[in-house]
Design a protein around this ligand. Structure first.
Ligand code: SF4
Length: 292
């Protein structure tokens, strides 16, 4: 079964995958690292133009490390979750200082970089360097849960169980393993989608345990739901950052105070931004993006 599954996924991926910039031959490891940071919480269509801008402006880790972190936060724009921009800047500094400006290929070295978690480390090793390691994102987890385990939903992540499962599907040849990793994720993103999976065109439709069982209802623990954005502290943080991105100098406190009617929530959001290092300043000097 694993070999049949892998052959079907790899063949389908080779014939049908979307033509995304970071999949092009020779795409730099640095670009793949940036793309993985951006794609963590942001849809592909919004990442593509921003990634191109970043690579043009900062073609190497050293180029990004040479500008203040506030420039990374400014250039992050509205991709959301802007702590990723600060972490990427810190990772660029580490790569330029400790790895001679070359993104490392070893999973443990990648894991030691700021902002790089287990998924990103494995994805960069596998897709930038062809290292044979299992890569499991939410889309791959859904495919594995349905096709191999007969469950309609993956539920909360269980890395210790899911990584060996993915590993068991990878062919020995690293190039083929790369296709299976990428193909499983692509299948979950485009065919085995959360609500209406397109089983009629699925390359593993004849192997799928969930389909064969008649799509039984999922009875396990649900995955945690994302909180509503409207009215949240995230929205207020985003408004403050947008104001600071558009400014060349510090923004006075009363201009910040005018951004949101709930003073307690505004204060909480601003305190959080200061604590996270995304904003610097105080009530007297005003507030701005971090310069150093
Ligand atoms: S047959 Fe349907 S449920 Fe099973 S893996 Fe394919 S798309 Fe997903």
């Amino acid at each position: 079964m694993p070999a049949t599954f892998s052959t079907a996924i790899a063949g389908w991926y080779e014939a049908s995958h979307r033509d995304l910039p970071w999949r092009a031959d020779g795409y730099p490891a640095w670009g793949i690292l940036i793309s993985e940071f951006m794609l963590q919480q942001t849809p592909v269509a919004r990442v593509i133009p921003r990634l191109a801008e970043w690579l043009e402006r900062w073609p190497t880790p050293a180029a990004l490390a040479a500008v203040p972190p506030g420039e990374a936060v400014r250039a992050w724009g509205r991709l959301g979750y802007p702590r990723r921009a600060l972490a990427l800047h810190a990772a660029a500094s580490a790569i330029s200082a400790a790895y001679d400006n070359v993104v490392p290929r070893d999973v443990d070295a990648l894991l030691a970089l700021p902002g790089v978690g287990p998924y990103t480390a494995r994805a960069v090793a596998a897709f930038a360097y062809g290292v044979r390691v299992p890569v499991v994102d939410i889309n791959a987890r859904r495919v594995l849960a349905r096709a191999l385990e007969g469950r309609g939903e993956p539920g909360p992540a269980q890395t210790r169980r899911e990584l060996p499962l993915m590993e068991s599907l990878l062919p020995a040849d690293p190039a083929r393993a790369r296709l299976v990793n990428a193909g499983t994720m692509e299948l979950g993103q485009t065919v085995c989608i959360p609500r209406a999976p397109r089983c009629d065109i699925c390359p593993i439709g004849g192997l799928c345990a969930w389909r064969a069982a008649g799509y039984p209802a999922y009875e396990g623990r649900p995955a945690p739901k994302q909180k509503k954005y409207e009215g949240s502290d995230r929205q207020v943080r985003g408004m403050i950052l947008n104001e600071l991105r558009a400014a060349d100098t510090a923004i006075p406190t009363d201009a910040i105070a005018a951004l949101w009617p709930d003073a307690v929530q505004l204060e909480r959001a601003l305190t959080g931004l200061l604590r996270d290092g995304l904003v610097t300043g105080d009530a007297e000097r005003g507030y701005e993006l971090p310069a150093a």
